[in-house]
Design a protein around this ligand. Structure first.
Ligand SMILES: O=C(O)C[C@H](O)C(=O)O
Ligand code: SF4
Length: 517
């Protein structure tokens, strides 16, 4: 087992940096189905470009490298303690090398362990089997999409869909609702794993297990095979679209499993995975610990469709999004007048300094001063992957995080410090929208998961505050150029997110009538 640790390291690096072939094909299919000259088309093109960039740079596809979850099948008698130790070592090394973000945080103190080890992290499940090889599968599922997982207890009443009973049609309604409630916040277009039955714990486990299925397999249960096809086809009629921008493509894959339940319980558990669907697996030779075989098609074999109209092209001065807005370069600090001239749909290209800030910083700023002048500033909801060498800090991955978590704070902070622009993803709520209007601010939606694309726009790290919050939560001061994002909430009371949410709620109601009775 001399090489087992090295094999685990290879598995982590491959999973984090190279999206598997079946997932790439699904993203390409989504791209073909979307109108390229729309916001959603632009987002998909940027995603495709980002996938290629991550592979080339051998850097994380998305900065949130998630909860590393290993499922290991071993021959009877294999030493699981030794394997666990090797997995820990590989995780520590991958973190040091910037292939994983330090993501293990003490739930009470907020302290980041710095190496991805800690109580409960990483997750490792062992199971014995009667084969002579070791099968190790890994999924890196990020926090944003994990937050959109949902569990239903049947019978129930669902917004727009009415009664969902304890039958296949009730299950159908729950699954459609799960996609609706995620909106763009789990970085759609997404993939879902569904677990029917079990208890609250095993139901979710079953849902996650579905995410390890190959995307092109066919469910052996005929009813579930039909339901999978139905969901894939009809979820895309909800109009939520990539990043919640509205559009034709909301779901890229649906896998459903079933297990027995207690007479009193009927759970439908849904694991929502973003487009950055990072899962891989290896078959290991037990004698040496070397990789005998990769279990999912490599990414290298499936090219992403040539990027035509990406956000980068828009930034370089091409047409932008046809008929949906203009393209404006904003140099920081930004004036109120500039902000008031922006409208939902405009593509903004930022040049100058921006500051990262997420949960810990927003909470802190509510009753403390900021370490720097934030008048006219741009706040970026982002927890980057950073590495330090003799020359200083370097950005390894830096896409946006889900902004709605800052909804309780954002409006007040905006006004208190004179911030003019907030960049994030998934949109924000009515409190922020009102503050944008009153104060003269704008919300810019960056493409979730496009961590390599945005890292390339960051030219220099000017400094950092609050390192004690840990790398993802610290306030990084970043010099950017050509940083493109789309205005989705403006200072005139318009919100694309509110519009898409309302529109998709109306569309959801079209699925009220029974289909599988
Ligand atoms: O934690 C992050 O960087 C992003 C997170 O996965 C999110 O989707 O909000
Ligand atoms: S930012 Fe988006 S792509 Fe990245 S882990 Fe979160 S949900 Fe997934």
């Amino acid at each position: 087992m001399k090489h087992f640790e090295e094999s685990m390291y290879k598995l982590i690096v491959e999973t984090s940096t190279n999206l598997p072939g079946d997932v790439r094909r699904a993203v390409n299919r989504g791209r073909a189905a979307e109108d390229a000259a729309t916001r959603a088309g632009l987002a998909l093109a940027t995603i495709a470009q980002n996938i290629e960039m991550a592979e080339q740079e051998v850097s994380p596809i998305c900065q949130d490298t998630g909860m590393p979850t290993f499922i290991v099948h071993t021959p009877v008698g294999a030493n699981q303690i030794e394997m666990k130790r090797a997995i820990y070592q590989a995780v520590v090394r991958a973190t040091k090398d910037g292939k994983l973000r330090p993501n293990s945080v003490d739930s009470l103190t907020g302290a980041n362990s710095g190496d991805n080890l800690g109580p409960g992290t990483p997750v490792i499940h062992f199971e014995q089997w009667e084969q002579d090889k070791i099968d190790v599968r890994l999924i890196l599922k990020g926090g944003g999409c994990e937050n959109k997982n949902i569990q239903y207890s049947l019978p129930t009443e669902l917004e727009g869909l009415g009664k969902a009973g304890r039958d296949l049609d009730g299950i159908r309604k729950c699954i459609l609702h799960s996609i609706y409630q995620a909106q763009g916040q789990g970085c759609s277009a997404g993939f879902i794993g569904v677990g029917i039955g079990g208890d609250r714990t095993t139901g979710y486990e079953l849902a996650k297990q579905q995410l390890f299925r190959h995307l092109d397999d066919v469910n052996p249960n005929e009813d579930l095979a039909k339901l999978e096809d139905y969901i894939l086809e009809n979820a895309n009629k909800l109009g939520i679209g990539t990043m919640g921008f509205g559009g034709e493509v909301t779901l890229l894959g649906c896998k459903i499993g079933v297990m027995n339940r207690l007479p009193a319980s009927f759970f439908v558990s849904v694991a929502y995975n973003c487009w950055a669907f990072r899962r891989q697996g290896v078959m290991i030779e037990p004698a040496t610990g070397e990789i005998a075989e990769w279990l999912y098609e490599a990414g290298n074999e499936v090219r992403m469709n040539a990027a035509s109209e990406t956000a980068a092209a828009a930034a370089a001065g091409s047409a932008g999004v046809q008929g949906q807005g203009r393209e404006i370069v904003l140099q920081t600090p930004i004036s109120e007048e500039q902000i008031r001239s922006l409208r939902v749909g405009d593509v903004v290209v930022i040049r100058g300094e921006m500051h990262t800030g997420r949960d810990a910083l927003h909470k802190y700023l509510m009753d403390h001063d900021a370490p720097i002048d934030l008048n006219g500033a741009v706040i970026y909801h982002c927890g980057p992957v950073m590495l330090k060498d003799e020359e200083g800090w370097h950005v390894k991955a830096a896409g946006p995080t889900t902004s709605i978590r800052e909804e309780p704070y954002q409006g007040e902070i905006l006004k208190k410090f004179g911030i003019r622009a907030v960049i994030g993803k998934g949109g924000m709520g009515p409190k922020t929208l009102q503050a944008l209007q009153e104060h003269g601010g704008v919300y810019l939606n960056a493409i979730g998961g496009a961590a390599q694309y945005y890292a390339e726009c960051i030219k220099k790290v000017n400094g950092v505050d609050f390192m004690e919050f840990g790398i993802p939560e610290a306030m990084w001061h970043l010099e950017v150029d050509g940083f493109a994002a789309i205005v989705t909430m403006d200072s005139h009371g318009n919100s694309l997110h509110a519009d898409v949410s309302k529109d998709s709620a109306a569309k959801l109601a079209m699925f009220k009538d029974p289909v599988f009775s």
